[in-house]
Ligand binder design. Structure first.
Ligand SMILES: Nc1ncnc2c1ncn2[C@@H]1O[C@H](COP(=O)(O)OP(=O)(O)OP(=O)(O)O)[C@@H](O)[C@H]1O
Ligand SMILES: [Mg+2]
Length: 551
């Protein structure tokens, strides 16, 4: 039997692991997800819970929870969780042991041949942070792992999967994660990358700050509706109130992430009858100063490395916050071309870490980046960019094979026995208790979205999919209206269909392979004026999404 290798990216908010066996690298799924929350929670009997167990327990026992063990590792030797004092290396060891255990199980209990751990570039060899990380690995039974800086690992992934960076060429890495923002400039050497200048970033800037900005917007809307209820939500004591706040924070994070794909989201806030709508436009306005700060930080890092943005072969994006479309736009303005983002921006670190294993890097192909409208031309020695051929979507779920969408869409809008479809309002709305988010949300008895209106929306979506040349990638839209249905229930499949068409457009018409479809879609949106029929289809799609969200 052949051996296998393990790489772990222990992040501030999420940890990702990947295995390499028989030349095949795979991101590990734990608890059904590739992103294991890094949060840990100490049980009543002192057991350190990880993953989903920790998340569940944390909702009930915030005092026994360490939300950011990576920060705790840097800040102190021990933390007080509930009544217990726990060594921070043990918290980290618990997370590492969990992912290593899950990986080992997949290889029939055989231990990995090699273990690679990634770390922020600013953690220096011999420093306390790396010493503690190494100790945590040892306590987790991982022996003495190889240590690789996160941006170096990401760069290896990009090179292994196609980008050519000539010897001596410089690249930038922009890593916007959950708790921190990191920048680095790397110089290509024949056997890998070295860090040029000093890495930069901001340990006090992360996706959490974007959550906070979103919460501020929500607070403004909620206070405009009813300030007392909002205060009550935050001031009430007891476990129910605590739980409402925990769930709202989670909803806010999810809604913020959804704004990378949707023009608007609706949230239900405990105590309010109506959903509260937040649009991408107002969110982008709110986070602009934070994003601008991150871009300025990258510019400083580039300057410290003795070069300019034009002197970089490319800038690679990593960290899940980098999925925010506005980030690609801001960086494209700085660079004159769309920055490099391929595959899952979080997983590139751990996959790249595996590539740093000797013999596993094969940088052979050259993928050129597409020109932007004002592309001043790539640096000398680089060929002018050319558009890449359309890509068949792979690796994410797009609904399959349409039949005859327009006909289907009309047919499947069901009518009540008594004639024309009745509006939810006719039937009386049932407002459900509990928390809801976005498509799960409590209905607003707004303007009627009856069967006829739903069918019209469905036909419009189908027509847009056809105009954009993606109707073969999306299913027929079938809003079903039943007696007693709520407006939200009728809207749900339509919103999903709009999102599906967007994903299909992003993947089929992507400016270059590997770009996540939501980012590709944003790039296409930016250049829509020059995209003819496709540009018009995008405008129609966005307009329709806004109208739907407003209902
Ligand atoms: N589609 C998305 N759009 C915007 N933000 C997203 C998206 N998906 C996830 N995020 C955000 O990304 C953050 C997590 O990023 P990531 O997992 O890369 O961080 P990390 O590696 O744990 O942290 P760090 O790199 O700071 O140590 C969270 O704030 C999450 O809300
Ligand atoms: Mg990270």
């Amino acid at each position: 039997m052949t051996g296998w290798d393990l790489a772990v990216d222990f992040g501030t908010s999420f940890t990702t692991a990947a295995t390499l066996a028989g030349g095949r690298a795979e991101v590990l799924e734990i608890d059904g997800s590739k992103y294991v929350p890094s949060l840990v929670c100490v049980d009543d009997d002192g057991t350190i819970l990880t993953g989903r167990d920790a998340v569940n327990e944390a909702a009930m026992a915030p005092d026994r929870t360490e939300r950011v063990p990576k920060r705790a590792l840097v800040a102190s030797e021990q933390v007080l969780l509930g009544e217990r004092t726990v060594a921070t290396v043990d918290l980290v060891a618990a997370v590492l042991a969990r992912v290593a255990g899950e990986a080992t199980r997949r290889f029939s209990g055989r231990p990995p041949g090699r273990v690679v751990l990634t770390h922020p570039a600013r953690w220096q060899a011999g420093g306390i942070e790396l010493r503690r990380l190494t100790e945590a690995a040892e306590r987790a039974g991982l022996g003495e792992p190889d240590l690789v800086a996160e941006p170096v690992a990401a760069a290896h992934h990009y090179v292994r999967t196609g980008d050519a960076v000539p010897d001596g060429g410089m690249i930038g890495v922009y890593d916007f994660g959950g708790g921190t923002f990191d920048t680095a400039v790397l110089r290509r050497r024949r056997d890998g990358f070295e860090i040029a200048g000093s890495p930069g970033g901001d340990v006090a800037l992360g996706g959490e700050d974007l959550d906070a900005a979103f919460m501020e917007i929500l607070a403004e809307h909620a206070e405009a509706l009813d300030p007392d209820r909002w205060n009550e939500l935050w001031e009430a004591e007891g476990r129910v109130a605590e739980r409402h706040r925990t769930l709202l924070r989670r909803d806010v994070t999810q809604a913020k992430e959804a704004l990378s794909r949707l023009p608007a989201v609706n949230l239900w806030v405990a105590g309010y009858d109506d959903e509260i709508r937040v649009t991408r436009r107002e969110y982008e306005r709110a986070v602009e100063p934070l994003l601008a700060r991150s871009v300025a930080e990258l510019q400083d890092t580039v300057a410290r490395a003795g070069t300019t943005p034009d002197g970089l072969v490319d800038v690679y994006l990593t960290g899940s916050t980098s999925r925010t479309p506005r980030i690609s736009t801001l960086l494209a303005d700085l660079l004159g071309h769309v920055p490099g983002m391929r595959d899952d921006p979080k997983a590139v670190v751990v996959l790249g870490a595996l590539s740093t294993i000797p013999g596993s890097v094969s940088a052979t192909q050259h993928v050129r980046l597409p020109p932007r409208r004002h592309d001043p031309g790539r640096e000398p020695g680089h060929p002018p960019a050319e558009p890449t051929p359309p890509l068949t979507p792979v690796g994410f779920a797009v609904p399959t094979a349409a039949t005859t969408p327009a006909a289907d869409a009309t047919k499947t809008v069901r009518r009540t026995a008594s004639g024309p479809a009745r509006t939810p309002r006719d039937e009386g709305l049932t407002v459900r208790a509990g928390r809801h988010h976005q498509q799960d949300s409590v209905p607003t008895p707004g303007p009627a979205l009856d069967g006829d209106a739903a069918a019209r929306f469905a036909r419009e979506i189908t027509a847009i999919a056809e105009a954009a040349g993606v109707s073969d990638l999306v299913n027929a839209v079938s809003p079903t209206v039943r007696a007693g249905d709520t407006a939200a229930a009728v809207r749900r499949p339509l919103v999903a269909a709009v999102e599906g068409v967007g994903v299909a457009i992003g993947s089929r018409h992507t400016p270059f392979p590997g770009l996540p479809p939501e980012v590709a879609l944003q790039v296409l949106r930016e250049g829509r004026a020059e995209l003819g029929a496709l540009g018009q289809a995008l405008t129609r799609l966005d307009d329709l999404a806004e109208r739907l969200a407003a209902l």
